[in-house]
Design a binder for this molecule. Structure first.
Ligand SMILES: Cc1cc2nc3c(=O)[nH]c(=O)nc-3n(C[C@H](O)[C@H](O)[C@H](O)COP(=O)(O)OP(=O)(O)OC[C@H]3O[C@@H](n4cnc5c(N)ncnc54)[C@H](O)[C@@H]3O)c2cc1C
Length: 388
């Protein structure tokens, strides 16, 4: 009982600012809120307009199985949790599929199978005959496949669900904001925030600031006096007018960019592609490359003029930094505790995939609370997100 009241007193006097209303910022704010803390979230535009807007699939990690066992293991575990707490937003299709074609690399496939045994995960292999009965449109170059648990999802609704859940818990979300001034005084961050609808900026004090600004992570950290080096990648997701498959299809091996097709909702398909520069991405040939890859999997021809809309987005990774001990800071996720150097509590955080956001938020908040005892467990595993 004594411990409980200490936690309540601590929660009441300790407050957080989360900067960035993408999946990472929202998930972190929810984790804090469920542990009883007061948290404000500020978003420069409207919620979910960053990289999160482009993401329409919950990764199972299958695609990384051959090369990154630990990442797959983590994503599979997280997927089970997300299927439970995000269930309203998943577009469930039966028998999602990872295809193997004639050109597939044998070594790669061997690693894929061996690693699945190592992580104790049973793969459901499908032979060509079975695949053909499940998906008539598949090309004859497809020789086998695996069932996987990648799920298409309604990202926009998920964001709305998070925002409603937070508001219901009494947390404040400011959209269309700009940080106009930052000071550190008497162990607190003093932050002036301007909302485009307000004439006067508001000024608030926070114990801890969390930087979840995705592609602007470096810019935001700089405002607070810290340096972060990031690497940028540019991606697009595009929607095609008609339904060509009822399943997510990805090439198993060799892994190529632009090999994903996701039926998002009736009448649409999504493909994805990646490039080093924005210009490269807007180049028609990269779209053509994705269409070519889709044609590699499917029998029916998809012409460029059948594209309904394209979403462009920027995804970032942390440039390699020896100080970080996460298992793969380049590809997967990153939590940076800047306060190690300064004593001011400021953290930067990146999930790299929707399916990692809950796990990363929990790890981040655990890390913060271990510094500022008393500790309180996360409840995000059980909090179902609803739009209502
Ligand atoms: C084309 C593309 C396709 C993808 N597909 C998938 C997929 O299918 N599945 C998957 O799991 N992942 C996918 N990803 C990756 C995934 O989208 C990202 O890893 C994830 O959304 C990152 O979330 P985030 O919250 O860190 O960043 P973001 O979603 O970018 O959020 C950062 C937010 O911070 C805000 N912000 C920036 N500066 C400030 C400031 N100064 N003040 C206030 N707010 C600020 C931005 O406006 C933005 O809303 C894809 C990414 C791209 C680009």
């Amino acid at each position: 009982m004594k411990k409980f009241s200490t936690i309540n007193k601590f929660s009441k006097n300790f407050n957080f600012l989360v900067i960035g209303g993408g999946i990472m910022g929202l998930t972190t704010a929810l984790d804090l809120s469920l542990r009883g803390f007061k948290v404000d979230l500020i978003e420069k535009h409207t919620l979910g307009k960053g990289a999160t807007l482009c993401a329409h699939m919950i990764h199972s990690g299958y695609r990384y199985l051959a090369d990154n066992r630990s990442l797959t293991h983590l994503l599979l575990k997280e997927n089970l949790i997300l299927q439970n707490i995000w269930k309203n937003f998943l577009i469930k299709e039966k028998g999602l599929m990872l295809t193997v074609n004639k050109k597939s690399n044998k070594d790669y496939l061997k690693r894929f199978q061996t690693n699945s045994k190592d992580i104790n995960h049973r793969l459901f292999k499908l032979n060509r005959k079975r695949i053909k009965t499940m998906e008539l449109a598949l090309n004859t170059s497809i020789v086998a496949g695996y069932l996987n648990v990648d799920y298409p999802l309604k990202t926009e609704f998920l964001i709305k669900g998070y925002s409603n859940t937070l508001k219901r818990q009494g947390q404040i979300i400011y959209e269309n904001t700009k940080i106009v001034d930052v000071k550190f005084c008497k162990e607190k961050w003093n932050i002036k925030i301007k909302n485009t609808d307000q004439l006067e900026p508001i000024e608030k004090k926070y114990n801890v600031v969390i930087n979840a600004t995705g592609s602007e992570l470096d810019k935001t950290a700089k405002k607070f006096g810290y340096n972060v080096k990031i690497e940028r990648f540019f991606g697009s997701m595009f929607f095609i007018k008609r339904v060509i498959t009822k399943r997510i299809l990805t090439l198993c091996a060799p892994i190529q960019p632009g090999n994903t097709i996701i039926p998002a909702e009736s009448g649409t398909l999504i493909g994805s592609t990646w490039a080093k520069t924005k210009k490269q991405l807007r180049d028609k040939s990269s779209v053509a490359e994705v269409l070519y890859n889709i044609n590699e999997i499917l029998d029916r021809k998809i012409k460029q003029n059948e594209i309904k809309k394209i979403l462009y987005g920027e995804r970032v990774h942390l440039a390699i930094d020896e100080k970080i001990d996460n298992f793969s800071n380049k590809r997967d996720y990153a939590i940076l505790d800047h306060s190690d150097d300064t004593g001011k509590d400021f953290f930067s955080v990146l999930p790299s995939k929707l399916s990692l956001s809950r796990f990363v938020a929990e790890e981040l908040v655990d890390k913060i609370l271990r510094k500022h005892k008393p500790f309180k467990r996360s409840k995000t595993k059980k909090c179902v997100i609803n739009t209502t």
